[in-house]
Ligand binder design. Structure first.
Ligand code: FE
Length: 255
């Protein structure tokens, strides 16, 4: 099992605060059946700046430590970049890191309460540069929750999205859980990942989430999500179904 979004690198952001905590997270990941993690430290979110070189070096350091500890887990490089108007310029300057440094998928974090007006144009510009934007945790964005058509429009125009395992199993409450399922049902999401920050308050729940997906939607949907994670890591084209609008009546349960 591959986890494509996780704050496991030590001392870079609000994830693992030091190497010991990274190792604890790695042990928990292995318990869950995770074999590979794309490490995605925050970048340009107002609190943390972690450019490509910093992350690549930390990934080497953590992999060396895991090998020494005999933990069978591979860490790959990634980055969770906050949306900024100058993202294409930043990419061209070389500070932005795509998933597994393949030059294809780029994780984009939106503010938690809004979707900036320039989002659609920026996601389009990224695609013109050969990149595929992956909007992380759309299920926790207040504007998408109140107006899911915004997300539909972005997905229709080529953006991918990644939901969070803990949202799906209900760790962020019933409403977010319901909306997460709405997104799966409307083909508005393509990946599931842990976004784990630690093992106490923001752990993995990835195995539980896949179990729930299989129970509710069947094996084929479970394997579609799992394969998409593999394809992302390889920089290949993922499986996608035509996006649909979230049906209004389904939303009633949210508020
Ligand atoms: Fe994150």
């Amino acid at each position: 099992m591959i986890d494509i979004h996780c704050h496991i690198l030590p001392s870079l952001d609000d994830g693992a605060s030091h190497m010991t905590e990274s190792v604890e997270m790695a042990r928990e990941a292995v318990k869950q059946g995770i074999t590979t993690i794309v490490a995605t430290p925050h970048h340009l979110n107002g609190s943390f700046e972690n450019d490509k070189t910093t992350i690549l070096n930390k990934v080497i350091e953590l992999n060396e430590r895991l090998a020494k500890e005999g933990i069978d887990l591979t860490i790959l490089p990634g980055q969770e970049c906050r949306i900024i108007g100058e993202l294409v310029a930043e990419y061209n300057k070389g500070s932005i890191l795509t998933a597994n440094d393949k030059g294809k998928y780029i994780f984009i974090e939106l503010p938690s309460n809004s979707v900036p007006l320039y989002t659609e144009k920026l996601l389009f510009d990224l695609q013109l540069n050969g990149l595929i934007p992956v909007i992380v945790h759309p299920e926790r964005n207040a504007e998408f929750i109140s107006n899911p058509d915004k997300l539909y429009q972005l997905v229709k125009k080529g953006a991918c999205t990644q939901i969070t395992a803990s949202s799906l199993v209900g760790k962020f409450g019933k409403n977010i859980k319901k909306f997460t399922h709405n997104l799966i049902e409307a083909n508005l999401t393509h990946f599931i990942a842990s976004d784990a920050h630690n093992i106490k308050t923001r752990s993995f729940f990835l195995a539980e989430a896949y179990e729930e997906i299989e129970a509710k939607y069947g094996k084929s949907i479970r394997y579609m999500f799992m394969e998409n994670a593999e394809l992302l890591v390889e920089g290949e084209t993922i499986y996608k179904e035509a996006p649909e609008r979230v049906k209004k009546k389904k939303l009633f349960g949210i508020f």
